[in-house]
Design a protein around this ligand. Structure first.
Ligand SMILES: Cc1ncc(COP(=O)(O)O)c(C=O)c1O
Length: 398
């Protein structure tokens, strides 16, 4: 293996400059720990940004991956294969959702949801095409999803943006939503139950209930973006289950593959029936390798007791954060194992991030000044206590 400086120099020369990484290259992981090329080990509270739900090197993940790799990785969607049906079944088990489409990233899942919403009304002969979304939301980097993303920093340089997307409402503001949805050309409201990239901002129950009621009354579709909140992260398999709300379309990615790229757009039968063969597709979507791994991972996440563990650990994390006394902490919020601690400024948040890395803990900063905690879902209460003890010293020493 090359040393860090060689890895970095090669990266600088050949890798496009769209990220700004810190000076660490990870080599391998085990459980909730990552080890860098210099042999230093870190306790991980980021999990590839809410991706590695079973941590690293988990036997459920590695065995499903290798077993399927020995059979077949990719077949064309011109043919059937068993894993995609199994993956769809386990994702939607016990919910009102009936049909899934698979793709490779959260952005693509949302792109699919937007197309499906438009196709639904097109098929019914209704002139509805607008997609309303929230300020400070994040829905991905394709042109449609970056337009739905209510943060100018992500979409401004890429004009002209697709029409009919990019009408933003302030999050958790029912009156503003009612007004925006009164437009008869609105097809759907796209919403994250917790704005994660925006800084771990949970929607209120009343807001989500109003969103369901209003869209229903207006004959519009409600789309939940559960790319980051899905796959047991909040202590239920889907965040919408906390609110007793039934979105027409739900998207997910990240944790459903436990580290293997797979994403899903799920819908009720009534909505999914709008698709006809040829309307949508992607070469790698629903490939047996991704679906076999996703199926194994999600089956594990749905085992009795697993989501209770997430809820218990989420509470431990939240309670632990609340023991930290600092005038720089402005708020602590979240659900299950998606938790944010809002700091006074971006500079302070970045300082905590770097100091914690130095001490061997991976967190990150979302929404400019919110410390984000999205660990592997197999994290233990002891590991949470260890991180909290270090964080307490770092924050109380600021
Ligand atoms: C809520 C939400 N939607 C969509 C995306 C985009 O997912 P991806 O990066 O897999 O395209 C993200 C990524 O952070 C997200 O958090």
């Amino acid at each position: 293996m090359s040393d860090f400086e060689t890895i970095k120099a090669r990266d600088k020369k050949y890798f496009m400059n769209t990220y700004s990484p810190v000076d660490i290259a990870f080599d391998r992981g085990d459980g909730c720990y990552l080890t860098d090329t210099e042999g230093k080990t870190y306790l991980d509270f980021l999990a590839g940004i809410a991706v590695n739900s079973l941590g690293y090197n988990h036997p459920v993940f590695t065995e499903a991956l290798t077993a399927q790799a020995h059979k077949v990785a990719v077949v064309s969607n011109y043919f059937y294969s068993e894993p995609r049906g199994l993956m769809a079944q386990v994702l939607m088990r016990g919910t009102h959702l009936n049909k899934a489409f698979f793709c490779n990233s959260g952005a693509e899942a949302n792109e699919c949801a937007i197309k499906l919403a438009r196709k639904y009304f097109y098929a019914r002969g209704e002139h509805r095409y607008k997609i309303v979304s929230a300020l400070h939301s994040f829905h991905g980097r394709t042109l449609a999803t970056v337009t739905a993303t209510g943060q100018e920093q992500y979409n401004k340089p890429f004009s002209p943006l697709p029409a009919g997307i990019g009408e933003y409402v302030p999050y958790n503001d029912i009156a503003a939503l009612e007004k925006a949805l009164s437009d008869p050309e609105v097809a759907a409201f796209l919403i994250e139950p917790i704005q994660c990239e925006g800084g771990i901002i949970p929607a209120t129950k009343e807001y989500l209930e109003a969103a369901r009621k209003l869209t229903e009354a207006n004959g519009q579709l409600l789309i939940f973006d559960e790319v980051q909140t899905g796959a047991a992260r909040t202590g239920k398999f889907w965040a919408f289950e906390h609110y007793g709300i039934k979105p027409d379309i739900v998207t997910s990615a990240k944790g459903i593959g436990g580290g293997f790229p797979v994403a899903a757009c799920m819908a009720t039968d009534e909505v999914a029936e709008a698709w006809k063969p040829g309307d949508h597709g992607t070469t790698f979507g629903a490939n047996p390798l991704a679906c076999a791994v996703g199926y194994a991972v999600c089956t594990k996440l749905r085992e009795p007791g697993f989501m209770e563990h997430v809820a218990v650990c989420g509470k431990r994390l939240m309670d632990g954060l609340k023991t930290i006394k600092s005038p720089y902490i402005k708020d602590i919020r979240g659900l299950g194992l998606v938790v944010g601690m809002e700091m006074e400024s971006e500079a302070i948040a970045n300082k905590i991030y770097m100091t914690m890395l130095d001490r061997g803990f991976i967190l990150n900063v979302a929404g400019h000044k919110v410390m984000r905690f999205v660990p592997p879902l197999i994290i233990t209460e002891e590991q949470i206590d260890t991180m909290i003890a270090a964080l307490k010293e770092v924050v109380e020493d600021l």
